[in-house]
Design a protein around this ligand. Sequence first.
Ligand code: MRU
Length: 346
Amino acid sequence: MSFRTIEWRDNSVVMLDQTRLPAEEVYNGYTDFKSVAEAIRGMVIRGAPAIGVAAAMGIALGARDIIADTFESYFRQLENICEVMAKTRPTAVNLFWAIERMKRVALMNREKELSQISEILKEEAICIETEDLAICKAIGRNGARLVGMGASILTHCNAGGLATAGYGTALGVIRAAHEEGKNIRVFADETRPWLQGARLTAWELMKEGIPVTLIADNMAGWLMNRGEIDVCVVGADRIAANGDTANKIGTYSIAVLAKENNIPFYIAAPISTMDMSMNSGDDIPIEERHSVEVTHLQGLPVAPEGISVRNPAFDVTPSRYIDGIITEKGVVTGDYLRQLKRLVDR
Ligand code: MRU
């Protein structure tokens, strides 16, 4: 890959600043957990798996600065750091998954010296990043089988290398199909209001030389109707036990339109995006973001001052619209309740 989304370098966490893409490719260094939390909240890094990696690395940074005499005091302070991380973004479950994993590792090593525990936490955070890359490649391999020769693929938001440790989930499927010589092409929804599709997916795919065409969100239905889309592949922020899937706002509309037009609609996501504690999508918390994202474009107003605004950042696609969930352990189709549980437990 020609860019690095996030990495641990010396005693800092380095992230590609996604708020400045595609105009500038700038890498920011972070040396304390509060600034990492701020980077997650401010979308310097975004996308469910990448948020998980960033949270883990932020916790590891914070752990190094803890001053304590006992494990109990160390762990209390670690929990406070975790609380700060947990308050950054509510929908992507990978954030909470990573936080729990870091806490578990600290507890498992409670008998060790505190400085040693902090070192182990750093190694764990790096391990989460390395694992995520391998997981994305497996998702890509599993998903590419569902993509036909010459297929035209619609994707939404950015579920690419920028949203993960690299390679991507939905874009992982697209990358793998491209690498297999399937001669695919991609339609990228611009993804209002934050424009992840226009700013990030278009940038990422062009950098890789994968043919991509940018469309405004409201064009997807018409292109489907015209027979210009063969398959839809998107990512996920949280998948409930019954397969209902929270993803970037606009995903639900695409899924409904895909069903209406008999086009297969797939979710690509790692097991860490499954939240088996939630029975259905109704339980998934949906982040509501600042109104300025809707009223302004690049700082310029596109709506009258004082207008009332709604800005839910995610929606939930009921599983009946989903033809398959592509994971690193295989593809789940139908009977999500039973099959997802089997997959998670495996
Ligand atoms: O608000 P964002 O940019 O964090 O939302 C990202 C998405 O909705 C992605 O589709 C999802 O996280 C999957 S990333 C592999």
